[in-house]
Design a protein around this ligand. Structure first.
Ligand SMILES: [Zn+2]
Ligand SMILES: [Zn+2]
Length: 340
C-alpha cells in the first residue's frame, strides 16, 4: 500500500490489483468477500484548527461517525451524539472526518461497481433478530456479489463460489498495544484466507498492508503456521512473555483516577519484597491502554512470573492484607487474554 499511495498519489481503499481482481471475479460470476475490522463510516472526527479529536465524554476513545443515521457514536459504551458542525474545544467550523469504516467501504464499492449486489455485515447491520442469518443466507444463495464486513464474516463462510477475498487493512490489528497483537493478526489473516480456494474455481486472497515484511503478515499469506510460531516464540522468549512466563494483571477501576492509581501503588509496596525474592517482576501501575471506560478510570499493574505458584502466593498475600477502598473495583486477571 506504500507503493500504491506513491504511484496513485491517493489514499486508496482498494488497490489497483484488488479492484482488478474484484472486477474479474464479478465478470466471471464469482463472489467476493471484503474484510475490514472497523465499522462506521469515518473513524474519527478532528478539528483542523486546534487538532482536537471528538471523544466520548465517558471513555478515553474517539467517536466514530456513522453516516446512517448521521450520528457520532462510542463503540465502547454506546454513547451517541448528533454530528457537530463546530469544534467543541475552539468553536471553529473546521471539523474534518477521516479514516475508513465498513459503511464507507460499502459506499465506495457501490460507486466502483454499479451493477454489483453489495451487502454489509457488521454490528450495525445485524442488530435485528435473524439479520445475521438472513445476510449469510442471501450470500449462500448467490443473491449477493460482494459481502463486506468486520471479523464477523471471517468465520464459517466456506462457499465454493468465493473467488476473491480481500483484507482491506491488515495493519489495523497490528497496532493494538498488546503482546498478542501479532498472534491475533496472524490468526485473523489465516482465517480470512481460508475462506477461499475451496471450490473448483480456486480463489485469490489479497491482503492490503503497509508492512508486508512483518512475520504475522508474511507467514499468514504463505499459510505457514510453523514459521510464524517459531518467529513469534523467539520474540516472546526475548521479552519474557507467555508461554515463557505467567502473567497476572491487576486492574483497578474508579471514578477517581487517583484512587485507582493509589490503590495499586499500595499493592505494589505491599508485594515488592516478596515478589523480588520469588523472581516476579512488577510492572506499573500505569493507566491501561483504554484508560477510561464508561466514566471509570482504569489503572493496571502486571506481574510477570516464572510460574503460576509464585503468582498465587502474591495474590493470596494481597487478599489477606489489602482491601480496595469503597470507590475502587479490583479485578485480578490470571493469564489475561487482553491487556487493554
Ligand atoms: Zn478546534
Ligand atoms: Zn464511551
Amino acid at each position: 500500500m506504500r507503493e500504491e499511495r506513491r504511484e496513485t498519489k491517493r489514499n486508496v481503499l482498494l488497490s489497483r490489483s484488488l479492484e482488478r481482481a474484484v472486477r474479474e471475479s464479478l465478470e466471471s460470476g464469482g463472489q467476493v468477500l471484503l474484510f475490514l475490522n472497523r465499522r462506521g463510516f469515518h473513524v474519527f472526527c478532528r478539528c483542523m484548527e486546534c487538532g482536537a479529536a471528538l471523544r466520548c465524554p465517558n471513555c478515553d476513545i474517539t467517536l466514530t461517525y456513522h453516516k446512517k443515521p448521521g450520528v457520532l457514536s462510542c463503540h465502547y459504551c454506546g454513547h451517541r451524539e448528533p454530528v457537530a458542525s463546530r469544534c467543541p474545544e475552539c468553536g471553529a467550523f473546521a471539523l474534518s472526518y477521516a479514516g475508513t469504516g465498513t459503511e464507507r467501504v460499502e459506499d465506495a464499492l457501490a460507486a466502483l461497481f454499479p451493477g454489483a449486489r453489495i451487502r454489509r455485515m457488521d454490528a450495525d447491520t445485524t442488530t435485528r433478530r435473524n439479520s445475521h442469518g438472513e445476510i449469510l443466507g442471501a450470500f449462500r444463495r448467490g443473491e449477493t456479489d460482494i459481502l463486506v464486513g468486520t471479523q464477523m464474516i471471517a468465520k464459517g463462510l466456506d462457499y465454493p463460489n468465493i473467488t476473491v477475498v480481500g483484507v482491506l487493512d491488515a495493519d489495523l490489528s497490528l497496532v493494538v498495544p498488546d503482546f498478542r497483537s501479532f498472534e491475533r493478526t496472524f490468526q485473523l489473516l489465516a482465517q480470512v484466507a481460508g475462506r477461499t480456494g475451496r471450490g473448483e474455481s480456486g480463489g485469490r486472497v489479497i491482503i492490503q498492508t503497509s508492512r508486508p515484511d512483518l512475520p504475522a503478515v508474511r507467514f499468514a499469506a504463505a499459510h505457514d503456521y510453523e514459521s510464524f510460531a517459531r518467529s513469534e516464540l523467539e520474540q516472546r522468549m526475548k521479552f519474557g512473555y507467555p508461554p515463557y512466563s505467567r502473567l497476572c494483571r491487576l486492574l483497578a477501576r474508579s471514578a477517581s483516577a487517583s484512587s485507582a492509581r493509589d490503590f495499586l501503588a499500595s499493592a505494589r509496596a505491599l508485594l515488592a519484597q516478596r515478589a523480588a525474592s520469588l523472581g516476579v517482576a512488577l510492572l506499573g501501575p500505569v493507566p491501561a491502554p483504554l484508560s477510561r471506560i464508561e466514566g471509570k478510570y482504569r489503572y493496571h499493574m502486571l506481574m510477570k512470573s516464572p510460574g503460576q505458584r509464585e503468582l498465587l502466593e502474591l495474590t493470596d498475600l494481597m487478599r489477606l492484607q489489602l482491601r480496595p477502598p469503597g470507590d475502587v473495583t479490583l479485578a485480578v486477571d490470571m493469564n489475561p487474554v487482553s491487556l487493554l
